[in-house]
Design a protein around this ligand. Sequence first.
Ligand code: F6P
Length: 317
Amino acid sequence: MASAERGQTKYQINLRRYLRESGVDRDLTRIICEIANASKYIINAIRTGDLGVAGTSNLYGEQQLELDVLSDRIIQKRLMYSGVIAKMASEEVDEVVEVTVRNNGRYSIAFDPLDGSSLVDVNLAVGTIVSIYEGDNLLRPGRNQVAALYVLYGPRTTMVVSTGKGVHEFAMNQLMEFDMVQENIQLEGPAKIYAPGGLRSKYTPGTLKFVRSLEANGTKLRYSGGFVPDINQVLIKGGGIFMYPHLTDNPHGKLRLLYELNPMAFLVEQAGGTASNGKQRILDMTPESLDQCAPVFIGTKESVAFAERCLLEEEGT
Ligand code: F6P
């Protein structure tokens, strides 16, 4: 397969060709390409939608949908009729959607249609996160994912995807197609940047010890408040750590296992990093419910292992 250097102006491989050449089956290719198509409409909605107008009407007297609800509808509509999906779980919807239209779908997906959507109001980056399983059981440990991806809507629109053969970055070109800009992203440690979610005054002793040590070693704080751009920064910079830990008033953390943590853990592991809830690998956790949350330390292996050691020493967990 031809490779692409990041920043190259003459792209060689588009998303579909990459998927075909790396032997990804037709149905899985269809899902990933449907998400790529959906992202064109989502980016358009983000760029042109009225701000802060949920429940109000636009110039033409039409009701406006919140961007996350709209993004959910865009994705669901594309996948509902794709013929390759059995079940869909969206962060925007309480129940799993069983796809009955042309129902011979081999795959099921869990997705967060627009993570960090409140950041659109302040014009910061947001993203779509997708986790893909074979079969129709979504309540399985994340290590069973066959693919995961996110689309980042920043100054540029990019997709970072893995089908279990490394993790690759694609960028939307002027024709709104995705071209590869980086093949086989690799994380190396120790982390030079860290993105710490949650109120520091609520950190437990182990997390405080970990953060103080990062700071003492000159690790730079780089936190945007959007999970997708924050993880993207760790991956594209080739190292770093993101955390949203357990807090003194919230032992389960904030981020959702199915919609956020599993897909990002899959991508980061494919890049040679790891993700832990502080004592256990995220991808080994068995979800008990669709909206289960977990604490997370995710990024370069060395730094995640050090976070686990701090927690063990200070909290004995
Ligand atoms: O889960 C939504 C989300 O906005 C993530 O994108 C982000 O990492 C996190 O919540 C930010 O939470 P907080 O506002 O508590 O830092």
